[in-house]
Design a protein around this ligand. Sequence first.
Ligand SMILES: CC(C)(COP(=O)(O)OP(=O)(O)OC[C@H]1O[C@@H](n2cnc3c(N)ncnc32)[C@H](O)[C@@H]1OP(=O)(O)O)[C@@H](O)C(=O)NCCC(=O)NCCS
Length: 170
Amino acid sequence: MEIRLRTDADMPALLAALKATHEVDKYPVLPNHVTREWLLEGDDGMAWVAEDGADVVGHVAVAETEEDPDSLSVHRLFVRPSARGHGVASALLTTVETYARLLGQDLFLEVLSHNVDAIHLYESRGWFRAGGYTAVWAGPDGNHAEINLFAAPHNDPTHVLRLGSGRPTE
Ligand SMILES: CC(C)(COP(=O)(O)OP(=O)(O)OC[C@H]1O[C@@H](n2cnc3c(N)ncnc32)[C@H](O)[C@@H]1OP(=O)(O)O)[C@@H](O)C(=O)NCCC(=O)NCCS
């Protein structure tokens, strides 16, 4: 398995993997978010894919954190369901963590409460919960998702993110 920078040629395989991920994990929550636009949203082009032979099996992106330009956020981490449990997400996360450490920046991510595999993965890698809030938007079931903020193991533990206005914090 190889981690390399994402290219435009990866999009069809990534969208197929994202569709399968939505069906299994409700990630993304809404079916109409299984699009190129959603996948690229908020990322400034810094993104990697995991490749197994000729197959693109996973993706992660990183971008400036909306609420704090001095830190980075992980975006759009997912692994095709048939490729899970072999360390693909761990390898993708290691890549992003190394990138942030080289830039000397703290690294955050947001994860919905129902994405329990992802939360387990972050906690097992030493990420720690740094807050949370209830989404202002409702999912297809009418419920407002609980969003958890996690901080990378290398973060300054006193670095608190001020979550955006209009987003109720705890
Ligand atoms: C969360 C997610 C990315 C994890 O992907 P993954 O590639 O299966 O993750 P990994 O293989 O790196 O780690 C998962 C487990 O496999 C184990 N593992 C790692 N290397 C392994 C190997 N060589 N062989 C077998 N298992 C291995 C890990 O220890 C971990 O086990 P754990 O249950 O004890 O934590 C995936 O489930 C997913 O795409 N979920 C939906 C999308 C999502 O929620 N994204 C998060 C958005 S914030």
